[in-house]
Design a protein around this ligand. Sequence first.
Ligand SMILES: *Cc1c(COP(=O)(O)O)cnc(C)c1O
Length: 400
Amino acid sequence: MEFSLKDIKQDFPIFHNSDLVYLDSASTTQKPQVVLDRISSMYSEANANVHRALYSLGSVATERYENSRKKVSSFIGANSDKEIIFTSGTTESINLLAHTLTDKLKPGDEILLSEMEHHSNLVPWQLAANRTGASISYIPLSKKGELDLSEPERYFKPSTKIVSITHVSNVLGTINPLKKISEMAHEMGAVFVVDGAQGAPHCSVNVKEIGCDFYTFSGHKMLGPTGIGVLWGKLELLESMEPFMGGGEMIETVTMESSTWNEVPYKFEAGTPNFVQAVGLGSAIDYINSIGINNISDHETKLTEYALEKLADIDNFRLFGSPIDRTGVISFNIDGIHPHDLAQFLNEDNIAIRVGHHCAQPLLASLNETSIGRLSFYLYNNESDIDNFCDSLTRIKAYF
Ligand SMILES: *Cc1c(COP(=O)(O)O)cnc(C)c1O
């Protein structure tokens, strides 16, 4: 299916009557009008607490909320919508797992991560390791910025209990070979968790094909609202896990002494869920499906090729990573210009890029950098955004 870029930008009110060049979608994405309208209509037409109210308004809200769960389920190829747990985002999803999957960990057990992980997929596991006495090991990176899986036996061991790896690097754009990692993890009897914060928005995801046990992502990085995210897990694993947070709705019965748990997924959704945001995420998924996730990723691939070609002509442009399989993320420094100065000068031309450590300090340490610049694209970006960036960069360089 063909899709017209000019029309796509029109779907996003933030770009109306504006020269904004937004190149920071790996941090958060802009929202199409349909998503904003859906959120607004939840508050103006269907606002009542879900799963509690016996009146009609409550049923409408509950129906929309549960319908959104179905949309998420089919978007990632889950077996059943029971496998979809709504959280506040990737960070909460991973914290949930780092609490509940680590019950039985003991000294000598290992958690396997990689050097390219986001702090959200590092710190929760470090806290769990401190609590249980388990240790953490890291798959290193190759010069290209891909996972170095050349000696798997050094990392995948019988003591490996949990493997948690990002689908796509938020700094280098590297798409990791999840199927292969899944096989190696399962051969050791470990569970395999995927941080899909940069995967679900940009790649076609089928959790059954990947073969992972858990997949996590955030609504706000895929055109949806903030405050909503997803934890997908295999049903039998979710059923065997203890709850994470306690509160309303996650219980079956409560006495003064003890409680029993509601069924999955409600066991993991304590308190009033972010049902408005969940419905907003459902609408974002409808929007993505109307364009086609493969069309989106093809578009990003073309933009990335175009940008890399243009940037190669700029003196002192240092690119980080050259992975073969990549999404629309480009990290770089310009020798002689501090990235923070660069971001401020670009801002004067209304160009938004992210600079800093990108919540991946171990990765930056492996690059011997403390701060780098990053461009990240999404479906609403086009070649003229890249041309504007390059023109502005050339002017800034002349100034320095
Ligand atoms: C953004 C991001 C996260 C954290 O997502 P939140 O929405 O902040 O919870 C985790 N991992 C990666 C790779 C990310 O890009």
